[in-house]
Design a protein around this ligand. Structure first.
Ligand code: GAP
Length: 453
């Protein structure tokens, strides 16, 4: 397969679309924003929720071997000693002796400050975990950390989950939640931020089967992105070299995506071996093992960890979906979002604001929104309204015209192909459900007809 060299869309276009249409705003913008923190607006929150729901459906709901968890963000500080984060979760930093800006020494191309050319200090390790205090006293004994990954919540609950679910190996624990890292190098919009969300799986396997399960998860996770519409040629697997493996990993591969700034990590899949359960068993004094009934012995399972970022998936989906073309005689921007991911599934558009048509259209809208996120738009020309929906990726527009009052039919317009059908209002819901599920637009319900090829 030939790999594309460059993404089709520039980051500025995505940032501008996200800002303009209410997907993403800078955090606390009225105060000038907060570096590398972002707020998801009315459309962004829907899209983000759809990503997490799609992940949960595929990774938890539809599997027998997975259970969910929602562990707290603040954990006992010894968790982070046992995991190696207190000691090892750091970047080497240098400071410019003139302008005092700090840089990651492993990312510098020369030994001078990139900003002012000044002399740099020797590298010092800088821990990426955010510290805070628990309780009313701010002393060393009350220091806790905002978790830098959701993973540890799953390791420390291994025994709880095992005892309450009676799962047999192999099985996994899945969790979606916020993580925090005081990143030194930020930028590229939501690609690397200081507060972000992860969708992580810790999959516990018999040690001798680790290779097989690692390969299985690599394939499974690539297929998940493709199932949401991401083009396969924009995804690439990058195995880590021995030198770059994290302290806990025996093997690791990144699923990279062709972002506007180049190929970069979308998800990491690691074989963590028995590192985490052994470390937490040592540190807590608890036995964290599994009784293998076939072998009649206790074993410490190995862990395969597919760890994905919600925000990076969001960015990848937007990059992949972004397009510009001409429709109905006008230039348009559109997002070819998969219907499962699209923030709004359909828009109801009455051709006029006249009261008898508006109240009729509003009834249709009220009925559809019981089932999906649907919007109602009666402002400006129908062409402008189509453009607005195309730009946010709404798969279908339902147009209500004066004839609808008599024939009790409405028109459904498909975003990508611009084809239209006319269907009885009685079968509108069933038709939309089928089309959102992937059925061709021209498969018609009883009484339906093709309106525009
Ligand atoms: N538990 C393993 C772990 O956290 P990681 O490679 O450090 O591994 C996993 O992170 C995923 O989390 C990344 O592939 C990325 O999608 C997301 N991620 C990590 N740091 C991030 C950041 N600063 N901003 C946004 N997403 C981030």
């Amino acid at each position: 397969m030939t790999e594309p060299a460059k993404a089709k869309v520039e980051m500025e276009k995505l940032v501008s679309l996200c800002r303009r249409r209410g997907f993403i705003f800078p955090s606390s913008e009225i105060y000038g924003g907060l570096s590398s923190c972002w707020d998801y607006g009315p459309l962004g929150v829907e899209l983000k929720r759809n990503i997490k729901d799609a992940w949960w459906r595929a990774m938890v709901q539809q599997r027998d071997d997975m259970v969910g968890l929602d562990s707290s963000i603040l954990m006992h500080p010894r968790t982070w000693e046992a995991s190696g984060h207190v000691q090892g979760f750091s970047d080497p930093l240098v400071e410019c002796k003139s302008c005092h800006l700090r840089w990651r020494s492993d990312e510098l191309e020369s030994d001078k400050c990139p900003e002012c050319g000044g002399e740099l200090t020797e590298p010092r390790l800088f821990n990426l975990m955010f510290k805070t205090f628990i309780g009313p006293v701010e002393d060393d004994a009350s220091v806790v950390y905002l978790r830098p990954e959701t993973a540890q919540g799953m390791f420390v609950n291994f025994e709880n989950v095992l005892n309450t679910t009676r799962k047999r190996l192999p099985f996994g624990i899945a969790q979606v939640g916020k993580s925090f890292r005081n990143e030194v190098t930020t930028g590229n919009f939501i690609f690397r931020s200081r507060e972000f969300e992860q969708m992580e799986i810790e999959y516990f396997v018999k040690p001798e089967t680790d290779k097989q399960w690692f390969d299985y998860w690599v394939e499974e996770r690539i297929n998940w992105y493709v199932s949401l519409g991401i083009k396969r040629e924009n995804l690439k697997l990058r195995p880590h070299t021995k030198e770059e493996l994290a302290h806990y990993a025996r093997e690791c591969s990144d699923i990279n995506y062709l972002f506007p700034m180049g190929w970069a990590e979308l998800e990491g899949i690691a074989n963590r071996g028995d590192f985490d359960l052994v470390q937490h068993a040592k540190s807590s004094g608890k036995t964290l093992s599994y009784y293998d009934e076939e072998a009649k012995e206790h074993i410490v399972p190995y862990i395969i960890e597919p760890s994905a970022g919600v925000d990076r998936t969001f960015l990848a989906l937007l990059c992949d979906a972004y397009d510009e073309d001409e429709a109905e005689g006008e230039k348009r921007v559109l997002l070819h979002l998969h219907p499962d991911i699209a923030p709004i599934k359909a828009a109801v558009l009455p051709l006029s604001r006249k009261e008898h048509l508006a109240s009729f259209a509003r009834e249709i809208y009220a009925d559809l929104r019981k089932h999906w996120m649907v919007s109602y738009d009666d402002a400006q020309s129908i062409g402008r309204r189509y453009r607005r929906q195309d730009e946010i990726g709404t798969p279908f527009c339902v147009t209500v015209d004066f004839e609808s009052l008599d024939d009790k039919q409405v028109t459904i317009r498909e975003r990508d192909s611009l084809r239209q059908i006319r269907v009885p209002i009685d079968s509108l819901k069933a038709t939309l459900r089928a089309k959102l599920g992937g059925e061709d637009l021209f498969v018609l319900p009883d009484g339906g007809k093709i309106w525009k090829e």
